[in-house]
Design a protein around this ligand. Structure first.
Ligand code: NAP
Ligand code: MG
Length: 489
């Protein structure tokens, strides 16, 4: 190690910095006590309800409808009816609605951000600066495509598929809604969307955006409920498309269910991304990228950089820097503007993280968590890093979907590629090196839908996103994202 590196590693750890609480007010959010389903432009009561809660303190927020099979059929029928006129609207008219939605989301972004953090547990900093701007940008982007489909696919006469059944997870509730609804509507489809059981509230608030934008009744329908509601949607007659984001297990079940039916399917499933750090990289920048890659949104990110592959020569130095950086992460109230790591989304997810972390320790990996005081109520998990991880360990193979990083090493670029690809998943990867040529060489060989160079978790509506292998198929975003909602004659 050089003298300079030694000095760098001796700088004091700033653990004595404290921040005054900076809570974001929740006044801007007006919650109803009870929500029905948004079907055909109206609110329909359901026979059964469930309570949706705030992960930060387990307090109840509202009663939400549990959509039955008949409710789902109703919603599909409303969407089919609306499809008749929506698909015939001049494309420039469809675009206007999408632009309106984008503008209203931007105008109401604070309200949405607070609600997203309240219901999902993610830091307000992230819902405010990432989820909301990206959701609005997605509608802006696809509004622009609506009247240009003939140019995107010249001589292929693109046509909408009909009613799209869309099922989304709890980690980016509004953003996943935008990824699903914006391209579907731009292409002339109508939709029935089922948000995740634990995070229905921003989707229900989105129904109010549709009302405000005067989207014709039945073009957007929101049905809340648990997995059974999703299963009813997949099984229902009258849909032309299923778009699913969630676990590989449920994705496989949906694919089996749709086998033999003339229904177009896209699946965006799990991931176990490699974040690959070469010895020639800008180390401090890489540390920031590693932290962003795995602790962003508590690691509830399908493309999270959960496997850190470090070139052996810089392993010790990098791990030291990483641990020091981890000690400055502020864990706590999602609605505090200084919070870096918020609440775990649900008790079930916390149990899954806890189980896998225990497996990591049992299998012999070395655990580190910076000292941090976790709130008493609610669900929390301290930022965690495992060193001495073997490729065969469960924590190197299974998606943890929490703030847990596994560190492995490599010596040569070939070995890095081999280890990075040694997974059933293939959603994303990161490469940190000074050499542009090496980034291209690696990107050619990595079996991952998205490869980031000297950055991580960077999203843009113009850029397609999707998986290889068991991370699913089909692309969302960009011109590719249109194809998922079109048929060609
Ligand atoms: P999940 O069960 O696959 O949930 C995704 C969506 O599918 C939710 O809306 C869910 O409803 C619904 N669903 C559940 N069972 C269904 C079925 N049989 N048919 C149709 N829809 C169904 O995922 P999860 O339970 O939220 O999380 C489990 C694991 O999935 C996580 O640990 C993580 O590994 C992975 N995951 C991946 C992503 C991603 O972005 N790729 C996102 C979230 C989770 P309910 O909410 O009511 O279950
Ligand atoms: Mg589930």
């Amino acid at each position: 190690m050089t003298d300079l590196q030694k000095r760098g590693d001796r700088s004091p750890v700033p653990t004595d910095w404290t921040y005054a609480p900076a809570p974001e007010s929740t006044d801007i959010v007006r919650l109803q006590e009870r929500y029905g389903l948004y079907v055909g432009g109206e609110w329909l009561e359901t026979k059964d309800q469930f309570t949706t809660i705030a992960p930060r303190d387990e307090s109840p927020l509202a009663e939400v409808g549990q959509a039955s099979e008949a409710d789902v059929q109703n919603a599909v029928a409303a969407a089919r009816e609306a499809f008749k006129s929506w698909s015939k609207l001049p494309a420039t008219e469809r675009a206007k609605y999408l632009f309106r939605i984008a503008r209203i989301l931007a105008e109401r972004s604070r309200e949405f951000a607070v609600l997203e953090s309240l219901n999902g547990g993610k830091p307000i900093k992230e819902s405010r600066d990432v989820d909301l701007p990206l959701a609005a940008a997605h509608f802006f982007y696809y509004a622009g495509w609506a009247d240009k489909l003939e140019y995107a696919y010249p001589n292929r006469s693109p046509k909408p598929l009909g009613v799209a059944g869309q099922i989304i997870p709890w980690n980016f509730p509004l953003l996943m809604l935008a990824w699903k609804i914006a391209p579907a509507l731009a292409c002339g489809n109508t939709v029935v969307l089922k948000p995740a059981e634990t995070t229905p509230l921003t989707a229900l608030l989105f129904a109010d955006v549709c009302r405000q934008a005067e989207v014709p009744p039945g073009v957007v329908n929101i049905v809340t409920g648990d997995g059974s509601t999703g299963a009813h949607l997949v099984r229902s007659e009258g849909i032309g498309k299923v778009a699913f984001t969630g676990s590989t297990e449920v994705g496989k079940a949906i694919q089996r269910e749709l086998a033999g039916r003339d229904i177009s399917l896209t699946l965006e499933l799990g991931g176990k991304a490699a974040n690959i750090v070469f010895e020639d990289c800008a180390l401090d920048q890489a540390v920031e990228g590693i932290v962003n890659g795995i602790y962003f949104n508590q690691g509830h990110v399908c493309c999270a950089g959960s496997r850190l592959l470090v070139q052996e020569s810089i392993h010790d130095q990098l791990v030291r820097k990483l641990k020091r950086r981890m000690s400055t992460l502020r864990v706590g109230d999602p609605l505090d503007k200084n919070t870096d790591v918020g609440a775990i989304n649900s008790k079930a997810q916390l149990d899954r993280i806890t189980e896998l972390v225990q497996a990591g320790t049992d299998e012999g990996a070395e655990l580190y968590q910076p000292p941090c005081r976790l709130p008493e109520k609610g669900w929390w998990f301290a930022p965690t890093v495992f060193t001495n991880v073997a490729q065969s360990h469960r924590i190197a193979q299974e998606e943890i979907f929490g703030p847990v990083l596994s560190v492995l090493t490599f010596r040569t670029p070939d070995e890095a590629v081999e280890k990075a690809n040694n997974t059933m998943y293939g959603l994303s990867a990161g490469i940190w090196t000074e050499k542009g040529s090496r980034i291209l060489w690696m990107a050619d060989r990595l079996r991952a839908g998205v490869v980031w160079g000297n950055t991580f978790n960077r999203f843009d509506p113009a850029s397609p996103f999707g998986g290889y292998k068991e991370s699913g198929f089909g692309r969302e975003g960009g011109r590719h994202g249109l194809e998922a909602y079109l048929r060609f004659e």
